[in-house]
Design a protein around this ligand. Structure first.
Ligand SMILES: [Ca+2]
Ligand SMILES: [Ca+2]
Length: 455
């Protein structure tokens, strides 16, 4: 057996390039390193197969690959930068093996040894956005990916809501660039998620939605117990009267759907108004009640305590209670009650719904961005009257204010009068200025004004 059974040609080695897929806009090319070896068939009829020996030093082979009865093979899984040496042998059915062929060498080029690793998409949800309702917020997201894995070979995206006080509608929830609309003002966190079929990545964007500010912001505060009460609506005094640090005076009905309170609400600017209530929800997270103005049909509304606000006095907006499945309505986003009111006095009627709800105060405002404070702070600077102008309707008085604090315009027609009389309802400042038109001023030849901070 001195004569070689096979002459090893090892004619060429080449990179094997597989074009795996071309889907959408992504061209995916997987490059796997390999070396293809070819050799001459042995003319000896006893030969039934061939073997390839592989090593990393010339003349020393530590891997034997039985390739069967064929004359070409492609070897893969070779290390980058490494030089490999190969020889071939032929063998017979009874186990005889030929002398090795000539040796060939192959060096694997750098960067071509390992199949590429799928990298997660890179997502940006865009810059934070501030928007004035009912405008929509533009969402300018961005996604890039390496095109892997080959299937699907494309990235799918989806917008979702992480948090927010109301409902969000995306114009196109599966587009990188789209717009969103919001049912109520507040801060929303929206998420853009990208999925390449294997890996998921996301980024969040914050949208601050505000309402347009009214030209003449007004917030009238009414003590709940100051209304005309219809039994069994009852006044309760706890501790010291209202205004002291630890006392509260409120109304509550012991019977569901029974009892009401009626208020005279002065309105100075034709506008749409929202209503807040300072409530104590006795162990409930939300409750229904009924609201009507000027004898119009009642509207079903509800109050919902914020997180950790059950069994604590808190300011909450009255929101529309959707008809139908009340439980579903509670879980859905809420729209604030909106009263369209003309100047003059209006009658506001609050009728009990669910039991276990106590009302301390109501606040009616055309400034939908205003959120009443849960605690009253001491004014940093006392109010100062900055403007007084006479109109056919009365005297317009303007003073400096501190947002969140409650003020009352008072007057005397003679400086020697012992008491100041109210010229305005209790007004909560939503900006750093407050103004009220005193329509009773025309009855006096002269009048002195003052402003009280109501605790
Ligand atoms: Ca990828
Ligand atoms: Ca009260």
């Amino acid at each position: 057996m001195g004569k070689p059974l096979a002459t090893f040609k090892a004619l060429h080695h080449r990179l094997q390039v597989e074009l795996l897929a071309m889907l959408g806009l992504s061209l995916v090319v997987r490059i796997a390193s390999g070396v293809t070896l070819e050799w001459d068939a042995s003319p000896d009829s006893r030969v039934v197969g061939y073997a390839i020996y592989q090593g990393t030093s010339s003349g020393q082979y530590d891997v034997r690959v039985d390739v069967g009865n064929r004359t070409t093979v492609t070897l893969t899984n070779l290390l980058e930068g490494q030089t490999y040496y190969f020889v071939a042998t032929a063998y017979t059915a009874d186990g005889q093996e030929s002398e090795p062929s000539n040796e060939v060498a192959y060096t694997v080029a750098a960067g071509q040894s390992n199949p590429p690793v799928n990298v997660a998409p890179v997502v940006t949800a865009g810059e934070d956005v501030a928007v004035t309702l009912p405008e929509t917020a533009p969402l300018r997201g961005g996604v890039s990916d390496d095109g892997l894995p080959a299937v699907p070979g494309a990235v799918s995206v989806a917008w979702s809501v992480v948090s927010g006080p109301g409902a969000v509608v995306f114009e196109s929830g599966n587009a990188v660039e789209t717009a969103a609309s919001f049912s109520v003002a507040g801060q929303y966190v929206l998420r853009l998620t990208a999925n390449d079929g294997e890996l998921v990545a996301w980024d969040d964007v914050t949208v601050t939605a505000r309402y347009a500010s009214p030209t003449n912001p007004v917030a009238v505060q009414i003590e709940a117990e100051s209304g005309r009460l219809l039994s069994p609506m009852t006044v309760v005094v706890e501790g010291q009267p209202d205004g002291s640090s630890n006392g509260v005076c409120y109304i509550v009905s012991p019977t569901p759907e029974q009892g009401a309170a009626q208020y005279d609400l002065p309105v100075v600017a034709a506008d749409s108004y929202v209503v807040w209530a300072r409530v104590l929800l006795d162990g409930r997270t939300n409750a229904c009640l009924h609201l009507s103005e000027d004898g119009a049909p009642e509207e079903s509304v509800r109050v919902t305590a914020g997180p950790n606000a059950t069994n604590t006095w808190c300011w909450v907006p009255l929101v529309v209670n959707a008809r139908g499945d009340i439980q579903a309505a509670w879980s859905a986003a809420a729209s604030p009650v909106s009263l369209s009111l003309q100047p003059g006095y209006h009658t506001l009627t609050v009728r009990a719904g669910d039991t276990g709800v106590a009302f301390d105060k109501f606040l009616v405002t055309n400034d939908r961005n205003f959120v009443p404070a849960t605690t009253t702070s001491v004014p940093a600077t006392p109010p100062r009257i900055t403007g007084l102008s006479l109109h056919p309707d009365g005297a317009q008085v303007t003073w400096s204010a501190q947002p969140g604090l409650t003020y009352r315009l008072v007057y005397k027609d003679n400086l020697t009068d012992t008491h100041w009389l109210p010229a305005s309802p209790d007004l909560v400042a939503t900006a750093n200025v407050l103004s009220w038109l005193d329509e009773t001023a025309g009855s006096s030849s002269r009048r002195f004004y003052g402003v009280l901070v109501v605790r």
